[in-house]
Design a protein around this ligand. Structure first.
Ligand SMILES: Cc1cc2nc3c(=O)[nH]c(=O)nc-3n(C[C@H](O)[C@H](O)[C@H](O)COP(=O)(O)OP(=O)(O)OC[C@H]3O[C@@H](n4cnc5c(N)ncnc54)[C@H](O)[C@@H]3O)c2cc1C
Ligand code: SF4
Length: 330
């Protein structure tokens, strides 16, 4: 048995100092991902877990243009926020489509962003070939059964999907991530947080060791924007996405003035579909446009036999959410 030290950090500076100074230390928030990986499955083996749940990073404040969400706010709390319901309905829909009520009560927003992949080979330490867990060992998923895996940003090195629902609207909305580390505080676009694996699947984010996510900032949608989150999955609840899409449309006289689109269940990172947005903006809001946008979003997939079905499924997910929004009253 490997010894594991548990430390409860009393303030943010102490938490950052504890983890930054120790390459074998990791943060523990709600524990819904971390405890499985460390205690149950033995997939990751930190020597120290720094509990951050008592830090003053919980709560939601609103300015005239954005929502500021502390990293320790739970998924349930964010979903219940009145401004989210009014001005960011796609965020609420994504949160409520994720996990289960019990998990959403424990799981934090920071932890949701940094949840580890559900790839079954990554989570089974008896499988030798996993470039994410053991760099250079290969990828069992590329050759074995793979269904809940990625087709965008994927390669023979790794096809692990990023499983978060919340991250899909955050990518579409140009959210901003606030972090604090040994070198001070910084902020950057949410779409820069996660890194496409290429030949280093073990590198998942741009965070330096010890950097703590302190908050996210979500720009509010303009009044009149139509938005939604559509998740396609094997079961109606308590299941990860096969495909999902978060979309925002502003339509003026039948023409799309603003379009935002991001995809889940298909990317190694939360996937912003900018090529599709380019086709949508300025075009008329009709089926032909939506199908062209979907084709553009899925132009260069990397598939294995088990994931090939996702190409058409993702296109249909995009077309359906766009049709739904176009049919809504503004
Ligand atoms: C059965 C099950 C089903 C699920 N289904 C879904 C689903 O359908 N959709 C979905 O989106 N998610 C789903 N999840 C994932 C769930 O949302 C995440 O486990 C949860 O959000 C993680 O938050 P946490 O606070 O528990 O993080 P923890 O488990 O405590 O930590 C997760 C990771 O993030 C790091 N971390 C946590 N907070 C910070 C921070 N502030 N700064 C830096 N690093 C940090 C930790 O070190 C760890 O590596 C599911 C999870 C389970 C167990
Ligand atoms: S897909 Fe990625 S996480 Fe899964 S086995 Fe391959 S390298 Fe490991």
């Amino acid at each position: 048995m490997q010894p594991l030290e548990y430390v409860r950090a009393e303030d943010t500076a102490a938490a950052v100092a504890l983890v930054s100074a120790d390459p074998q230390a990791q943060y523990l928030a709600g524990g819904t991902t971390q405890l499985d990986l460390v205690l149950k499955d033995g997939v990751v083996a930190p020597e120290r877990l720094v509990d951050i749940t008592r830090l003053p990073l919980r709560g939601i404040t609103r300015s005239s243009t954005a929502l500021h969400v502390g990293a320790l706010t739970t998924m349930a709390e964010l979903a219940a926020d009145a401004t989210v319901g009014e001005r960011l309905p796609l965020v609420r829909e994504a949160l409520l489509a994720g996990a289960s009520p019990q998990l959403r009560n424990m799981a934090t927003i920071g932890g949701n962003l940094l949840q580890r992949t559900r790839c079954r080979y990554f989570r089974d330490p008896t499988v030798a070939a996993c470039n994410k867990r053991a760099p250079g060992s290969g990828c069992a998923a590329v050759r074995g059964p793979a269904r809940m895996h990625a087709i965008l940003g994927a390669s023979e090195h790794c096809i692990a999907v990023h499983g978060s629902d919340l991250c899909v609207p955050l990518a579409a909305l140009d959210a901003v991530v606030h972090v604090e580390g040994a070198g001070g505080a910084r902020r950057f676009p949410f779409t820069e947080l996660h890194v496409v694996p290429r030949d280093r699947p073990d590198v998942e984010t741009v965070l330096r060791h010890g950097e703590l996510v302190t908050a996210i900032e979500i720009p509010l949608l303009s009044v009149g924007a139509r938005s939604g989150y559509l998740k396609v999955r094997d079961r109606a609840s308590y299941e990860f996405a096969l495909t999902s899409a978060a979309a925002v449309l502003t339509i003026e006289d039948g023409t799309i003035a603003e379009a935002r689109l991001a995809l889940g269940g298909v990317g190694t990172v939360p996937w912003r579909a900018r090529e599709a947005e380019e086709i949508l903006i300025g075009a008329s809001a009709r089926g032909e446009t939506f199908r062209s946008a979907a084709d553009a979003a899925l132009r260069s997939p990397f598939t294995v036999p088990g994931t090939a079905f996702k190409v058409e499924l993702a296109k249909r997910t995009i077309v359906r959410i766009l049709h739904t929004l176009a049919a809504e009253r503004p």
